[in-house]
Ligand binder design. Structure first.
Ligand code: DQA
Length: 147
């Protein structure tokens, strides 16, 4: 299995950005953990980051034929982007939505996700561990539901 991990806007600043909310690990450290967990699960993990909505749309399109599932933290685009939602619906690849923070404990505008209705499920609130749990959930889904 080959999986695409997509990090959206401002996540390149992890570690320095509001550490009380997002924790002290950098994006590179999270990516290293994902790589290790990918090896444990015997899957290939490809990681991309962009602050640009259109780049993320392109990356979702390009996943078709290359990857079997997507793990995405769309950052603030979660709450604004019909385009990202439509891209995920268009490629129809199993997608797990992750957030470091628990978006439902925060401001009202973070309570709605455009991604959620086109995702298998969502993991929110476990810090960097959300990504690991999300990867495990995606692999579990692909191995039990799709093979
Ligand atoms: C986030 C939550 C979003 O509301 C926020 O805009 C982010 C990060 C998270 O991982 O907790 O950039 O997706």
């Amino acid at each position: 299995l080959s999986l695409l991990v997509l990090h959206g806007p401002n996540l390149n600043l992890l570690g320095q950005r509001e550490p009380g909310i997002y924790g002290s690990l950098s994006l590179a450290e999270i990516n290293r953990q994902l790589e290790v967990e990918g090896k444990n699960l015997a899957v290939e993990v490809f990681v991309m980051h962009s602050n640009h909505e259109g780049f993320l749309v392109d990356a979702i399109h390009d996943a078709l034929g290359k990857h079997q599932g997507i793990l995405i933290n769309a950052g603030a685009y979660t709450h604004t982007s019909v385009a990202l939602r439509d891209a995920i619906a268009a490629v129809n690849l199993p997608t797990v939505e992750v957030h470091l923070s628990n978006i439902y404990r925060r401001e009202e505008f973070r309570h709605h996700s455009y991604i959620a209705p086109v995702a298998i499920g969502q993991i929110s609130g476990f810090g960097a561990q959300s990504y690991i749990l999300g990867l495990q959930a995606l692999v579990y889904y692909l191995r039990t539901k799709c093979e």
